[in-house]
Structure formats: structure tokens, C-alpha cells
Design a protein around this ligand. Structure first.
Ligand SMILES: *[C@@H]1O[C@H](CO)[C@@H](O)[C@H](O)[C@H]1NC(C)=O
Ligand SMILES: *[C@@H]1O[C@H](CO)[C@@H](O)[C@H](O)[C@H]1NC(C)=O
Ligand SMILES: *[C@@H]1O[C@H](CO)[C@@H](O)[C@H](O)[C@H]1NC(C)=O
Ligand SMILES: *[C@@H]1O[C@H](CO)[C@@H](O)[C@H](O)[C@H]1NC(C)=O
Ligand SMILES: *[C@@H]1O[C@H](CO)[C@@H](O)[C@H](O)[C@H]1NC(C)=O
Ligand SMILES: *[C@@H]1O[C@H](CO)[C@@H](O)[C@H](O)[C@H]1NC(C)=O
Ligand SMILES: *[C@@H]1O[C@H](CO)[C@@H](O)[C@H](O)[C@H]1NC(C)=O
Ligand SMILES: *[C@@H]1O[C@H](CO)[C@@H](O)[C@H](O)[C@H]1NC(C)=O
Ligand SMILES: *[C@@H]1O[C@H](CO)[C@@H](O)[C@H](O)[C@H]1NC(C)=O
Ligand SMILES: *[C@@H]1O[C@H](CO)[C@@H](O)[C@H](O)[C@H]1NC(C)=O
Ligand SMILES: *[C@@H]1O[C@H](CO)[C@@H](O)[C@H](O)[C@H]1NC(C)=O
Ligand SMILES: *[C@@H]1O[C@H](CO)[C@@H](O)[C@H](O)[C@H]1NC(C)=O
Length: 828
């Protein structure tokens, strides 16, 4: 999804490295994206962890809980999503500490979230964030440190000696039946045990970008001081006489504040608060807490979390020599964020009985399929296998693959049925652990063939028109299924690519008739191409380019949308999921033109009149800011020069965006991280291997480091990219020649076996563009023919040796790698 602001920030230069053992964790800054709309969750979590502990603020951009934008802390909670748009997600059952209640009167402690925020001021420089831990000191002197296991958060509150009234500390810690977006429904309940201080409870909440609701339970225990007394509060008043509360949502859109509190006899020692959540029951939450953190040992738990992250992050090692520390921080922090969301809720799904894994917080697949899941396919294929099994199991039990899913509910679909792309990408890259690909195939075919009654949140709309006309018409007539009738262009393009992805799985499963059928409909994008369409700037000046996608009515007549509408430069159109939205989703016709025919760039080139024009149009897209790197449709456009035989320009373009649009600072992200989508864009770009998801293709550019080593978690083999003549000032970003495992290599792309077979790519760099990777046989796979290439530098001269047809595409995209190495037999 899209955030509104793009700001450039100065590069932060970090300390040069010594010769010490290289520790990737030293370069992870979880605070990147914690302000300026990045919406990143910067707190303590394990990889894919359900427990995510952080301080929550009252920022209007607190989707990830914490922000560094001058907003105040309103609580400390243990459930979050990261990088999302939509409403703020989760943030359930926040704790809030007071050193004492003035004069010992509990009613002089401040219970409601809105008013207690006044006690939540803090200095930015007190915030410490590292993978697995987070800490902050409030202006009132209370220090809060936190860490996490998979379902349990451990908070350590350290109190000043005296409270605000000058009396000795007698801390009160409250726990509130609320969440970040104030979505609590009727009948929230809480109980406090007067002996132990244990607080348990549950409440019903709403998901942040979808319909439905969910119930979440919790269990909280304390250690460190004797319980003085305890009770419950409603609104701004509490009582130590009452131990149980069931509370209504009440009036006026803001749920009535209510919860429980425990007061302690002393604040001399830190108070440890262990709180676990469960979607099943409070008992299960207590069980998680007791098994995961029996000892309340903060150091042990945080060390274990750090070690877990170190293990995950050590898959990729780069050479730090000659590179600014800020670039290392950018890189490793991006990688870190790819493993924060989605979250494993395995064992925590109350919706159906299953022995399959359950992942949640696919938020949203429209964002994730492009580079985040492809990144994890390299670095954590076992986790991707579980995610794919979970997607397929979700199909089995809800009838559909999700496009977006959070907090046990369906989220809104933004374009096509893009889980199809995720399944295809995993399939062709040989992810198979325990995956039932027959069911997986049935799931994607259902997306293509069966229209849901409500396609807000699954499947596709307009399938009758799609099948009869080969496009989604503007003002479609659809009496079978219902959804927001906008985005006819972007939905057409995405459905076409979804069908391509289905054809790839069909091919691998030996279903040739299906393969051919879906390959045919993958060309439906052509039906919305209007060759004589011009594009004028708002002031009437012609951009000089002709030929754009346009909306089309049921009767075949063209409708009109300005090709620049919904571009980065359009400040007047409504472009997201609103019912007044346009025919393209969160991007312009200009951009969809390039980024959303990922499978048939060769045909696009041909329609355009040749590679030179394609290149100059791609330059125009970037140079005039029609595209915006802060939203996901732009990702592939950075590297599409590879298809017009100018791979050097992809390298230049990626350096033009990193670090200027992605800097390792809290405000350094250009828009929502969207789980870790932006993080994965940075990581892939800097690694010099960018995926075209759904295809067995990585486009090669020089890594931002002298060397990159990637250990395959599947085979244990180490793939390596090495730059010869590397310079950290990035003058020499042009590949002059390359070898792959010692053999001369001229293709401008590699396939997934590069990683699994641990190949070595050596790139010889120079300071001028060369003809490396520019021969027609060097270009990436594409369905159509490449026409008009001379075999060097993309000059528009026809090459009689043009490799033809979709068969080549298929062989390259699927067949070859599918036959090789471990990418072999799938369970069918
Ligand atoms: C730090 O705090 C100030 C004011 O409290 C805020 O406006 C600023 O944006 C914060 N963040 C950073 C990263 O400096
Ligand atoms: C956050 O809380 C502070 C302190 O009470 C208050 O001044 C500020 O207006 C609040 N901000 C919002 C957006 O509610
Ligand atoms: C709340 O509880 C009451 C009493 O058990 C019940 O009648 C009511 O339907 C509940 N409300 C909701 C929204 O579940
Ligand atoms: C409070 O709730 C607990 C747990 O649900 C229950 O055992 C206890 O009887 C309740 N106490 C009162 C006074 O309702
Ligand atoms: C990559 O692996 C090679 C071969 O084992 C080794 O010599 C080199 O130091 C490694 N580079 C990094 C950055 O770890
Ligand atoms: C597109 O942009 C123009 C400005 O050129 C604006 O007037 C128009 O309302 C926008 N929407 C469409 C559908 O053209
Ligand atoms: C119209 O706008 C475009 C894009 O901003 C600009 O390049 C061009 O110079 C403008 N033309 C006139 C006549 O102002
Ligand atoms: C858009 O794509 C079509 C091919 O589908 C091409 O002919 C046309 O020139 C493209 N327009 C631009 C501005 O790139
Ligand atoms: C096709 O439908 C559109 C929209 O209803 C209408 O404006 C146009 O005149 C129709 N064209 C023909 C040829 O009927
Ligand atoms: C594009 O945007 C960047 C960053 O906002 C700005 O520096 C640059 O001048 C813009 N270019 C044009 C042609 O407007
Ligand atoms: C490739 O094209 C670029 C830009 O037109 C030019 O500067 C360069 O000399 C060309 N290189 C070769 C090897 O033709
Ligand atoms: C290149 O080939 C295309 C299609 O075969 C043809 O239309 C075009 O005229 C050729 N161009 C040149 C420069 O030979």
C-alpha cells in the first residue's frame, strides 16, 4: 500500500569496521521506518513471532505500535503487525506503569488511555532497539525494557525511588481491555487474582483491513515485589474491592476504558511482567507463558531471541570492506524486516481443526508477492513452505486462497488473486516440504474459474466478462459476484499475470491442456492496449509518447482515463480501494504499462517499436517522477532495462534510489514498509539479484558490496557473487564481463539453482557501459519473441537469430531448473 510522503534523508555514516568477526546483527536497526509513515513495528519479536512487544504511542501513524514522531506512549502491548497501511493493527491489552498513586489513592492514578498519555512523554535518545529487545525511558523516570518468546512478552519496569508526590515508590501496573484502533466490541472481560496478581481476560476486536472480528485472550503474571492490592477500573475510577469486570463497548465510538490493575508494596527492584496471548483461551495463554518463560529471566530470554535472529541473519554475509556502514545497516535492516511479518499462529487458529501450520498477517499479498516472499524463498525456504501450506489450508477451510489476511480474518483484495503468484514462485523454485501441490493447484484454478459472491476479499470479480471478452470492462455487468467495481485496467493486467503463474504450475504438474489455456489468457493484457492513446501533462503539454492501456466498456468501445492519473504526480484522483477509485490501483497507466506485463516484456518491446524506445520511455517514467518507489508496482520498473538489453541502466537506476529514497533512519522509508516489502526491495537490490516473481529469474546487477555469500538453508551450499574492481563510491557499476563457476557468462540473469547449487558469479566491473548481457540470447525469458536486437547494447536492429516463442519462455522459466538438482520431483 501507499503512504503519502517521500522524503530524502542524509546518509548516516556508521563507524568503520575492525577485523572482528562479522556480525550481521550489528547492522540491524529496527527503528528504520518508525516515523514518516513507514509504520514499521520496531519492538521485540522472534522471527515470524506472534508476541511482538513494544511501547505504543498516540501518533496518527501508529499502525506498528511505536513511533518516533513526538507522540506519547499510551501503553506497552504484545501483539502487533509491521509496516501495514489500513487502521492501526492489534496493540491489544496494553500495560501502563505508575511509580505510585499520589497519596496512595488509586483513584489518583490515571487509567484511561487518552489521559494517561500525558504520563507517556519520552526522549528519543532513551529508546534502544535491537532484534529481540526494545527499551525506553519515560520522562517520569520509569524505564521499560522488553523481550519476547514466540507467544509471550516479558517486560521489565524499573522505577525511580520516589513517585510524583515525593513518596516512596509503590508501583501500580494496569492492563487495559483496549487495542490501537479502539475496536473493542461488547463484553470484554478481565479478572485479577488477589493472591498472585495474575490478570486474565479476553475481548472481541476488529481486524484492521478487512471485515469480521476476532477474540483474543491474555494471561499476565508479575514478579519482583509483593502484591499490595489489586482490582479493576472502569473509565477513570478503580476499586480494590472488585476483582472481575465484564464491560460493554458503550457509546460514541470510543470503547469505555476498563481493565485491571495490581499494586506492589515496593519499587526497589524492577518488576517483571510476563504476558502471553492466545486466540484459543486464557488458559492456553497462561500455558504459553509458563512453558516459554518459567524463570522470568530477562537476560536469558533476550539472549535466546538475539541468537535466533543471528542465526536467521547469518544466511547472507557481505564483505564490509570499503563500504559505508550506513549501507550495511540499510541492507541488514531490510533483511531483518522480511522476517517480522507474516506471523506464525500455528496452534493458535480457533477457526478450523488442522494439523497444518497456520500463518497470519499476510498484509497484503499484493505487496508481498513481488519481492518479500521471493526473498524468503532464498533465505528461509522452510518458513515459506509453512506459509504456502497455510495458504492452501486456508483455501481448504474457507474455500479460497487469501489475498490479504490479518487477525484470523479476510483482508481486502487490491487487484488480482495474487496468492497464485506466491504459489507459482514457490513451486518453480522447488519449495515442496509437505506441500500438497494438487490442492495448491486446485486452489489457484478456483481463483481463475469460480467467481465468489463477494469478491471484496478473495478470488476475482467479473469472471464472465473476463472469459467472454478477455478483459474486465469498466462499468461491467456482473450479477453473480459483487465487489468494488473499479480498477478494471489493473485487475485485467493482474488477472493476466495470475493466469501466467497458474500455467507455470500446470506445466510442472504435467497438465498441458491447462497450461496452454492459461498461457492464452495470460495475454489478455493486450486487449486493453490502445495504440493511438496519447498522454498529456495537466498543462496540456504532450509527453510525446503514444500507446497506453485504456479502460474499455462491455461493448468494446474505449473509455478514457488520463494515463497520468494515479501517478506519483497526481494529487487529485482517488486511487485506492474507495468506490470512487480509478481504473488503476495505486499507480498510473504509465506504470502498469511497464511493471505489469512481467511475463511478456518482449512483446511489449515489439509493440513499442524496439528496445531503444522502450528504454527511453522507462527513463521518462523514472526521470519525471511519474513512478514512485514508495509503492510496490514500481519495484520491477527499476530493473526492466534488463529486457531492453541495457542491464547497466538497471544498476544505475537502483543506485539512484538507494540510499536517496531508502536511508537507515527512522524516517528513511518512502512509504509503508508493507510487512517487509520495502525491506526486501532494498535487500535484493543491494545483493544485485532482483526477482521477477513467478518466474525462475533473478536479474543480475553488481552488488553494493565487494562480495556477497548466501548459504542455502536447503543444501548448505554457499552461492557467491564477487565484484572485481569494486569501488565503494559506485563509479564502476558497469559489468564488463562475468563468469559463472569459472565459465564465461553473458546472460543478464541467473536462475534459482544459483542459490541451491552454490554457484559463484564473478563480475568484472568498469566505469563505462559495455555490451555484457546485451545479446538477444542473454535476455531474460519472456513469452513472446525478442525482435529488433543487434546482439549488443540494445540497438534497434533486427537479429535473425531471435529466439522465438513461448516455448522458449517455458523451458527457461520452468523446465530447465525444474529438472535440475533438488528442484526435482514434487509430490503430486
Ligand atoms: C524526536 O522527537 C521529536 C519531538 O519529540 C520529534 O518531533 C522527532 O521527529 C523525533 N524523532 C527523531 C527521529 O528525531
Ligand atoms: C497524545 O498525548 C499527548 C499527551 O497527553 C497529547 O498532548 C497529544 O495531543 C496526544 N496526541 C493525540 C494525537 O492524541
Ligand atoms: C454480551 O453478553 C450478553 C450476556 O451474556 C449477551 O446477551 C450479549 O449477546 C453479548 N454480546 C455480544 C456482542 O456478544
Ligand atoms: C471472578 O472470575 C473468576 C474467574 O472467572 C471466578 O472464578 C470468580 O468466581 C469470579 N469472582 C466473582 C466475585 O465474580
Ligand atoms: C565468502 O566465501 C568465501 C569462500 O568460502 C570466503 O573466502 C569469503 O571470505 C566469504 N566472504 C564473506 C563476505 O563472508
Ligand atoms: C485525471 O486527471 C485530470 C487532470 O488532468 C483530472 O481532471 C481528472 O479528474 C482525473 N481523473 C480522470 C478519470 O481522468
Ligand atoms: C507542462 O508540464 C510538464 C511537466 O511538468 C513540463 O515538463 C512542461 O514544461 C510544462 N509545459 C508548459 C508549457 O508549461
Ligand atoms: C504501453 O505498452 C504498450 C504495449 O502494450 C506499448 O505499445 C506502448 O507504447 C506503451 N506505452 C508507453 C508509454 O510505454
Ligand atoms: C458503448 O458503451 C458506452 C458506455 O455505455 C457508450 O458510451 C457507447 O456509445 C457504446 N458504444 C457503442 C458503439 O454502442
Ligand atoms: C523527483 O523527485 C525527487 C525527490 O522528491 C526530486 O529531487 C526531483 O527533483 C524530482 N524530479 C523531477 C523531474 O521533478
Ligand atoms: C552502449 O550504449 C551507450 C549509451 O548509448 C554508449 O555510451 C556505449 O558506448 C555503448 N557501448 C557499446 C559497447 O556499444
Ligand atoms: C524488424 O522486424 C520487425 C518484425 O519482424 C519488422 O516489422 C521491422 O520492420 C524490422 N525492422 C528492421 C529495422 O529491420
Amino acid at each position: 500500500m501507499l503512504a503519502l510522503l517521500a522524503l530524502c534523508w542524509q546518509v548516516l555514516v556508521v563507524e568503520a569496521l575492525g577485523d572482528a568477526v562479522f556480525d550481521p546483527l550489528a547492522y540491524v536497526d529496527p527503528l528504520i521506518g518508525a516515523s514518516n509513515g513507514g509504520n514499521v513495528f520496531p519492538g521485540a519479536s522472534l522471527p515470524y513471532g506472534m508476541a511482538k512487544a513494544v511501547a505504543d504511542t498516540n501518533s496518527s501513524s501508529n499502525q506498528g505500535g511505536f513511533t518516533l514522531d513526538g507522540a506519547f506512549v499510551t501503553g506497552f502491548s504484545g501483539m502487533h503487525d509491521s509496516g501495514t497501511g489500513g487502521s492501526p493493527s492489534l496493540g491489544n491489552f496494553p500495560l501502563f506503569p505508575f511509580t505510585n498513586c499520589p497519596e496512595g489513592d488509586i483513584n489518583r492514578c490515571v487509567f484511561p488511555k487518552k489521559s494517561r498519555a500525558a504520563h507517556g512523554g519520552f526522549g528519543n535518545n532513551t529508546v534502544t532497539a535491537k532484534p529481540g529487545t526494545f527499551g525506553i525511558t519515560l520522562n517520569n523516570g520509569i524505564r521499560a525494557d522488553m523481550t519476547a518468546t514466540h507467544h509471550t512478552s516479558l517486560f521489565r519496569f524499573t522505577f525511580p525511588t520516589l513517585g510524583s508526590d515525593g513518596q516512596p515508590a509503590q508501583p501500580l501496573i494496569l492492563q487495559d481491555l483496549t487495542d490501537l484502533s479502539d475496536s473493542r466490541q461488547d463484553n470484554g472481560s478481565v479478572t485479577v487474582d488477589p493472591e498472585t496478581g495474575r490478570i486474565t481476560g479476553s475481548a472481541r476486536f476488529l481486524p484492521s483491513f478487512g471485515g469480521g472480528n476476532f477474540v483474543l485472550h491474555f494471561c499476565t503474571d508479575f514478579k519482583g515485589a509483593d502484591v499490595l492490592d489489586s482490582g479493576i477500573f472502569v473509565n477513570s475510577r478503580g476499586s480494590t474491592e472488585v476483582k472481575n469486570l465484564t464491560i460493554s463497548r458503550s457509546i460514541n465510538g470510543y470503547p469505555l476504558p476498563g481493565g485491571a490493575f495490581v499494586r506492589f508494596s515496593s519499587g526497589a527492584e524492577p518488576i517483571l511482567v510476563r504476558t502471553a496471548n492466545s486466540f484459543i483461551s486464557a488458559e492456553q495463554a497462561c500455558k504459553h507463558a509458563e512453558t516459554e518463560i518459567p524463570d522470568y529471566d530477562f537476560e536469558r530470554v533476550s539472549e535466546a531471541a538475539i541468537e535466533k535472529w543471528r542465526e536467521k541473519m547469518s544466511i547472507i554475509k557481505v564483505s564490509p570492506a570499503g563500504v559505508e556502514g550506513s549501507l550495511l545497516t540499510n541492507f541488514y535492516s531490510g533483511i531483518y524486516r522480511t522476517m517480522v511479518n507474516p506471523q506464525s499462529y500455528t496452534g493458535e487458529n480457533p477457526l478450523w481443526e488442522s494439523s497444518e501450520p497456520y500463518f497470519d498477517s499476510f498484509y497484503c499479498i499484493w505487496d508481498l508477492f513481488r519481492s518479500q516472499i521471493p526473498f524468503l524463498i532464498i533465505t528461509d525456504p522452510a518458513a515459506v513452505a509453512e506459509m504456502v501450506r497455510s495458504l492452501i489450508d486456508t483455501y481448504r477451510h474457507t474455500g479460497w486462497l487469501p489475498d490479504c489476511r490479518m487477525s484470523l480474518n479476510k483482508g481486502y483484495t487490491q487487484g488480482g488473486s495474487n496468492a497464485d503468484n506466491v504459489l507459482a514462485d514457490a513451486f518453480i523454485k522447488g519449495i515442496k516440504d509437505g506441500i500438497d501441490w494438487e490442492d495448491g493447484y486446485a486452489a489457484v484454478v478456483k481463483d481463475a474459474e469460480v467467481e465468489p459472491y463477494d469478491w471484496c476479499c478473495e478470488g476475482r470479480g467479473g469472471l464472465d466478462s473476463w472469459k467472454a471478452l478477455g478483459y474486465i470492462p469498466v462499468q461491467d455487468f456482473d450479477y453473480k459476484g459483487f465487489g468494488t467495481m473499479t480498477r478494471s485496467i489493473s485487475r485485467t493486467l493482474e488477472y493476466a499475470y495470475n493466469d501466467f503463474c497458474i500455467s507455470q504450475i500446470a506445466h510442472g504438474l504435467g497438465r498441458t491442456a491447462d497450461r496452454d489455456k492459461y498461457l492464452a489468457s495470460s495475454s489478455n493484457w493486450k486487449n486493453l492496449f490502445r495504440p493511438d492513446q496519447t498522454s498529456l501533462w495537466w498543462n496540456g503539454t504532450n509527453t510525446g509518447f503514444t500507446g497506453f492501456f485504456q479502460p474499455r466498456y462491455l461493448n468494446g468501445t474505449w473509455a478514457y482515463q488520463n494515463p497520468l492519473n494515479c501517478s506519483n504526480l497526481d494529487t487529485f484522483s482517488v486511487c485506492s480501494l474507495q468506490n470512487t477509485g480509478r481504473e488503476t490501483f495505486e499507480s498510473s497507466i504509465w506504470e502498469y504499462n511497464f511493471s505489469f506485463v512481467p511475463h511478456d516484456q518482449s512483446t511489449l518491446l515489439t509493440l513499442l517499436g524496439g528496445p531503444s524506445l522502450f528504454t527511453s520511455r522507462l527513463d521518462y517514467l523514472h526521470n519525471t517522477n511519474i513512478t514512485y518507489i514508495g509503492n510496490e508496482p514500481s519495484f520491477l520498473t527499476v530493473f526492466q532495462y534488463h529486457y531492453s538489453a541495457r542491464p547497466a541502466l538497471s544498476a544505475l537506476r537502483s543506485h539512484s534510489y538507494i540510499p536517496s529514497y531508502f536511508s537507515p533512519t527512522p524516517s528513511g522509508l518512502p512509504g509503508n514498509d508493507d510487512s517487509g516489502a520495502m525491506g526486501s526491495f532494498v535487500a535484493f537490490s543491494m545483493m544485485g539479484l532482483f526477482p521477477n516473481p513467478g518466474q525462475n529469474v533473478y536479474l543480475v546487477t553488481p552488488p553494493f558490496f565487494e562480495q556477497v555469500n548466501i548459504t542455502s538453508p536447503v543444501t548448505g551450499k554457499v552461492a557467491r557473487v564477487r565484484n572485481v574492481n569494486f569501488d565503494g563510491g559506485y563509479k564502476s557499476v558497469y559489468i564488463q564481463s562475468a563468469t559463472l563457476d569459472g565459465e564465461r557468462y553473458t546472460k543478464n540473469w541467473v536462475d534459482h539453482s544459483f542459490f541451491t547449487e552454490g554457484k559463484e558469479l564473478v563480475l568484472v566491473l568498469g566505469d563505462g557501459e559495455s555490451d555484457w548481457g546485451t545479446g538477444v540470447g542473454d535476455l531474460p525469458p519472456s513469452l513472446g519473441e525478442y525482435v529488433g536486437f543487434a546482439g549488443g547494447n540494445g540497438t534497434a536492429v533486427n537479429d535473425t537469430s531471435t529466439i522465438t516463442g513461448w516455448k522458449r519462455g517455458l523451458e527457461e522459466v520452468v523446465g530447465r531448473a525444474w529438472r535440475g538438482g533438488y528442484v526435482g520431483d514434487v509430490k503430486v
